[in-house]
Write a protein that binds this ligand. Structure first.
Ligand SMILES: [Zn+2]
Length: 202
């Protein structure tokens, strides 16, 4: 009985933890918890290890703020990438969407957010200072604003273009192949490739 109580406690603890994830309700959390009790032990431990590893081993690339496990991410370390074109995105997941489109061979800069006055997020909370430093000291000919086509994404692109106006780089913005208000994360490969190909001067 005592053992059962302990197990019940562990199960309800896992259910509580899973419920805190975005998009997971109590019913789904219970289903996942009981699924994890049924699968081979190794499979359940692999999931636990994967969660532990993303928190202990993954950090931000020193140059572009992409997620990586070394000092620099694989894109920054790749000598084949065009070091004269810089694509500015809001989040690492936007970078992943652009990479999946295979339409861009330059390098990135991840802002780790967007300017959102209503949420209390100002320019200082983003990686804008390192971005300006990179543009000032690098050999870039073009900086592509690939922030999301939302009010806040547009505002952020406008702010950045003012910050970078004094440098001899061409500033461009993704074309509106991506519908206004939608986010890069959910855009498909062709839409992103079109938006990149059709990018316009700011
Ligand atoms: Zn990097």
């Amino acid at each position: 009985m005592k053992d059962q109580e302990k197990h019940a406690g562990a199960v309800s603890n896992l259910v509580d933890q899973l419920c805190r994830l975005p998009g997971v309700g109590r019913k789904s959390a219970e289903r996942l918890a009981f699924h994890l009790l049924r699968v081979p032990e190794s499979e359940a431990y692999a999931l636990a290890d994967a969660i532990r590893r993303i928190r202990s081993d993954v950090h931000y690339c020193k140059a572009c703020f992409n997620l990586c496990e070394d000092e620099l991410c694989s894109i920054c370390q790749d000598p084949q990438r065009d070091q004269t074109r810089l694509c500015v995105v809001e989040q690492p997941r936007d970078l992943m969407s652009l990479e999946q489109s295979q339409a861009f061979s330059g390098v990135y800069h991840v802002l780790l957010g967007r300017i959102a006055p209503l949420d209390g997020i100002g320019p200082d909370q983003l990686t804008i200072e390192p971005l300006v430093d990179r543009v000032r000291t690098g050999n870039f000919v073009e900086v592509i604003m690939a922030t999301n086509p939302t009010v806040e994404g547009d505002g952020t692109a406008l702010y950045l273009s003012n910050q970078l106006a004094e440098y001899p780089v061409q500033l461009t913005r993704l074309a509106r192949g991506i519908t206004a208000g939608s986010v890069l994360e959910y855009a498909n490969r062709e839409m992103i490739a079109d938006a990149l190909t059709g990018r316009q001067a700011l």
